[in-house]
Design a protein around this ligand. Structure first.
Ligand SMILES: Cc1ncc(COP(=O)(O)O)c(C=O)c1O
Length: 397
């Protein structure tokens, strides 16, 4: 029903992906494949509903409508079998703001907070900003190139000051959709050591068959009792610009603690247009999302084919989720700056440097493949030309 062959040009639309090209890559002459939003049009039924709302000429204060939360609760239940009540849900303008709120609510200065690198950089940035300590339990790479959690290493590092774990579920940038048995192991550790879990599930809808998303709090009652979950439409429906997500906290004690900080900051109620967009996306977005995932998977496969042509230079991490490819580029050069230079100068592509995601990301690049079929064909062609040149002559980077 929906067409992902082409997309609307975002140049001159104040898109951050484009306005920051010069600053981040030193040139405007690149295709930006960095920040995690899509160069794919937001679903038309969402944009239409927002346009429709503007027919009423008054845009005064409004509370978050129950129907908005209800649409999300129904979505989480029908797609993942997870059950939440309206009373569990809170509005948030950003997952990163929710992470900060949880850090302040559930830990003190100097406490340890667990993350598993390589990971979305705002996890460790937030911990440091709040003057807490990062307790890193690095993910481990398996022989097939995929990544896994190291539970024994985690247990060996936990101490009395370890209060919170920030889980990336699914995991940006390594593209894992954590399997239920892996999450159960993590849950057992957190229950045993009294560790609260912040489960960031912002990429949860972007899991490819045969894999399915497991909502951490949906595993069982114990999980529900210790988890703050973050859900949203930002990644799924390309709605990051409406700044609207939710936090689900079924445990009343945890909710009260979270609310103390939340109310101090005054998160307010979101914008009128965001309420409409959020509700429409969850009410009517199933087919659009299912078709989007078929398209994204095709993009991933075309990148995989290309990588398999040049195994001496690039190795693509097998993924189960997200539209982010995690590419081992150590065959191009040992130095990550040089690798980035290759992508900018030779392929004219602006990727995210792996080192931004933690030490173990060194030598990797993250490529956002959420683009139209037409754009993906161009990206593959550019990369192919640059890599074949690399294999023919020694390029001085
Ligand atoms: C794992 C993860 N969490 C949170 C965010 C950002 O969410 P928000 O824009 O709602 O703060 C991103 C964006 O890339 C992300 O990848």
């Amino acid at each position: 029903m929906f067409n992902f062959d082409t997309s609307t040009d975002r140049q001159n639309s104040n898109s951050e992906k484009y306005t920051k090209k010069q600053k981040l890559f030193g040139t405007n002459d690149i295709t930006p494949l960095w920040v995690a939003d899509m160069d794919i049009d937001t679903p038309p039924f969402v944009v239409d509903a927002m346009t429709d709302r503007l027919k009423h000429p008054v845009l005064g204060y409004e509370g978050v409508p129950h129907s908005m939360y209800q649409a999300q609760i129904s979505w989480l239940h029908r797609r993942y079998g997870a059950k939440f009540d309206i009373d569990d849900m809170l509005y948030s303008p950003s997952v990163v703001a929710s992470i900060g709120t949880a850090i302040e609510a559930f830990s003190d200065i100097g406490d340890n907070i667990i993350i598993q690198t390589p990971v979305y950089p705002q996890f460790f940035n937030s911990i440091k900003r709040y003057k807490r300590e990062v307790l890193d339990n690095p993910l481990v790479q398996k022989p097939d190139g995929s990544w896994t959690m190291d539970i024994p290493n985690l247990i060996s590092q936990i101490d009395k000051k370890t209060k919170l774990l920030i889980l990336c579920n699914p995991h940006n940038p390594v593209g894992r959709s954590w399997h239920k048995d892996e999450l159960e192991q993590l849950l057992d550790v957190c229950v045993q050591y009294n560790i609260i879990v912040f489960s960031d599930e912002i990429h949860g809808d972007l899991v490819y068959a045969p894999h399915t998303h497991t909502v951490f709090a949906g595993i069982n009652d114990k999980a529900k009792d210790i988890t703050i979950s973050a859900f949203g439409v930002g990644k799924t429906f390309n709605l990051a610009g409406i700044s609207t997500s939710t936090v689900a906290i079924p445990n009343q004690n945890l909710k009260d603690k979270f609310m103390e900080v939340y109310n101090k900051i005054h998160f307010a109620q979101g914008s009128i247009l965001s309420h409409v967009a959020f509700e429409m996306a969850y009410k009517y977005g199933d087919i659009w999302l299912d078709e989007l995932k078929v398209h994204l998977w095709q993009n991933y496969l075309s990148l995989k084919n290309l990588c398999e042509k040049y195994p001496q230079y690039i190795k693509l991490t097998p993924i189960e989720a997200t539209y982010l490819a995690w590419i081992d580029c150590r065959g191009i050069d040992k130095n990550s700056k040089q690798i980035e230079k290759f992508f900018i100068l030779k392929a004219k592509l602006g990727l995210s440097r792996g080192i931004f995601f933690g030490k173990s990301g060194s030598g990797f690049m993250r490529l956002n493949f959420a683009i139209s079929k037409e754009a993906m064909t161009k990206v593959i062609a550019r990369l192919d030309t640059a890599l074949s040149e690399l294999s023919r002559v020694h390029i001085n980077l």
